[in-house]
Design a protein. Structure first.
Length: 223
């Protein structure tokens, strides 16, 4: 089953610099296995031991956290070729978030202990994997810092505008699509959906933005 995903795995940042003829050995060393998931299925549960990392092969997953009152916040998402759960696994702690399949797909699970320790065979690729893992964790920390800046804004409008400005910067254009529907965007920003929808309507009326579903355009403003 893993053989059909070799091309996808070669594009995964965890395996950057690993020769294609070594990839099978890497997967064997990491005790990698593939599971099929259904939409809404829990892949990692908050509170369980974090001893594995996940790699999305098809479909995509959401990283979420539910508070005491059941309010859900979207921390992030992972698409084909991307990792999830690596920060908690590296820290050797419990999962502090849950990972849910957003649609039917397939996920590879790898033993984190095998990633972080040199094996008895002294495989040459282990240092490469460890370096790649550190790079991935560092980038994720930068992304979390970005979200913290968004959430630190006081009003719903300020949070939304900060998010849209950063998305426009990433796209290099005033027109872009975001990876969330309205409920997902509300969960990501930590606001009520009704408040978000009302603010979007006000911003459209004020000619600050144009939008259709998950397509947005920032309109030029007079200085």
């Amino acid at each position: 089953m893993i053989a059909q995903y070799m091309e996808k795995l070669q594009s995964c940042p965890l395996f950057a610099g690993v020769a294609s003829d070594e990839l099978n050995a890497v997967l064997g060393c990491l005790q990698a296995r593939v599971i099929r998931v259904k939409r809404g299925q829990i892949v990692f549960q908050e509170g369980e031991p974090a001893d594995q990392v996940g790699i999305v092969l098809s479909g995509w997953v959401q990283i979420v956290r539910d508070d005491y009152f059941g309010n859900r916040s979207i921390i992030g998402r992972a698409e084909p070729g991307q990792l999830f759960g690596e920060a908690f696994a590296c820290a050797g702690t419990q999962m502090q978030v849950s990972v849910l399949a957003a649609e039917d797909g397939e996920i590879m699970l790898a033993n984190c202990r095998k990633v972080l320790t040199l094996c008895k065979n002294s495989c040459s690729f282990h240092n490469t994997i460890i370096y790649n893992l550190l790079q991935i964790v560092a980038r994720k920390n930068l992304m979390l810092s970005r979200k913290l800046e968004i959430l630190s804004q006081r009003s719903t409008r300020e949070k939304l505008m900060q998010y849209l400005l950063e998305e426009a910067g990433s796209a290099g254009s005033s027109e872009f699509t975001i990876p969330y529907d309205r409920q997902g965007l509300a969960d990501f920003l930590g606001v009520e959906r009704s408040a978000l929808s009302a603010e979007i309507s006000k911003m459209r009326a004020a000619q600050l933005i144009e939008c259709r579903k998950n397509w947005f355009k920032l309109l030029p403003q007079e200085k």
